[in-house]
Design a protein around this ligand. Structure first.
Ligand code: ADP
Ligand code: MG
Length: 327
């Protein structure tokens, strides 16, 4: 297949990454688009759009079009992707293949619609690929040699748990619970436990700092609104409050890991044991999560290198290795 002019795209629920052949990763931005609700004009995409979220500027609608792992707003998704590709500098006449990872919670129709939008507006030959396969390749498993492995990709909207072998999924489950659900759980716990209304951004910071372990100090500062007075308040948030809030989500992830692991074919057991459970996606960075999954799975679990970029790196490897692309 032609590699020049090819791109690999990780269209994630929270972050979108684009790799261009010969140039590497050229774009890494939040999956967000801000639209003027009066005129319908696009105000911003990516980081600039995400920065406006929850701030409620007048007549601005900030959309995270893939938020829960489904393509909730196809037009917004297509506009966002079009804008990202323009920014990625893919405006030359050369058009190669586009390997695109979309959340596996998206329906076939939704996925095809994204592909069709890209083909129509950008003239790429689009191939949709399974996210866990890309994650596995990006996490260092040598799938080209027919090896297999076990991947837990914890993104924003979904957690993908999968056994893979030779560029294919063997067994997989997609759980509609991941980083966003963790953020929501922290927001709810802070409100009921501390009378503090947090933004998702503030909840995210607490999650990354305290996680399941309580971090360095066992607490972290956060600014929110006092629930009664509705004025800004600085609070020391205890690690136990955050760990307790995260428990149901982490439990659900653990159960899904157990379920998929208990269903793998015997021929894959050695590959999985040797390769360890590999954690990818931003959620892999949650303090204490790898240890928890290790104790649930009863085999070693490791966080892949640079877990937020595994999927796009893996998709890039698939382009470079001449992964069989139709057409
Ligand atoms: P997606 O593929 O769905 O776009 P990503 O793999 O980009 O998701 O991961 C985004 C998620 O990872 C977000 O929910 C974000 O809050 C979370 N995340 C990022 N860094 C950390 C961290 N250090 N600890 C816990 N969660 C994190
Ligand atoms: Mg992802």
């Amino acid at each position: 297949m032609r590699i020049r002019g090819s791109v690999a795209i990780d269209l994630g629920t929270v972050n979108t990454l684009i790799w261009v052949a010969g140039r590497g990763i050229v774009l890494d931005e939040p999956s967000a688009i801000a639209i003027d609700s009066g005129s319908g004009a696009i105000i911003a995409i990516g980081a600039a759009a995400d920065a406006l979220a929850e701030k409620e500027p007048q007549d601005v609608n900030v959309i995270h079009p893939l938020r829960d792992g489904v393509i909730a707003d196809l037009d917004a998704t297509a506009e966002m992707l079009h804008g990202f590709l323009g920014r990625a500098g893919s405006s030359g006449p050369l058009r190669g293949n586009a390997l695109v990872c979309v959340p596996s919670g998206a329906t076939w129709v939704e996925r095809r619609s994204v592909a069709a939008a890209l083909e129509a507006r950008r003239r790429y030959s689009v191939q949709l690929i399974d996210e866990p396969v890309a994650a596995a390749a990006g996490a260092g498993l040598d799938l080209a040699a027919g090896a297999g492995g076990f991947i837990v990709d914890i993104g924003g909207g979904t957690t993908e748990v999968a056994a893979v072998a030779g560029w294919r999924v063997v067994r997989a489950e997609s759980l509609r619970m991941a980083g966003n659900a963790m953020d929501e759980a922290i927001v709810n716990a802070a409100r009921s436990g501390l009378g503090l209304i947090l933004s998702q951004r503030a909840a995210r910071q607490l999650k990354a700092e305290l996680g399941l372990t309580g971090g360095q100090d066992g607490w972290a500062e956060a600014v929110g609104l006092d629930a009664a007075r509705r004025t800004p308040r600085l609070e020391k948030v205890p690690g136990e409050l955050v760990a307790g809030a995260l428990e149901p989500v982490v439990n659900a992830i653990g159960r899904t890991v157990q379920q998929v692991l208990s269903d793998i074919p015997a021929g894959l057991a050695e590959d999985v044991m040797r390769g360890k459970v590999r954690l990818t996606g931003g959620g892999a960075l949650l303090p204490g999560l790898a240890d928890r999954i290790e104790s649930v799975a009863e085999i070693s679990a490791v966080v892949a290198e640079d877990p937020l970029r595994c999927v796009v790196r893996g998709a890039a490897l698939m382009v470079e290795s001449g992964y069989p692309v139709r057409g």
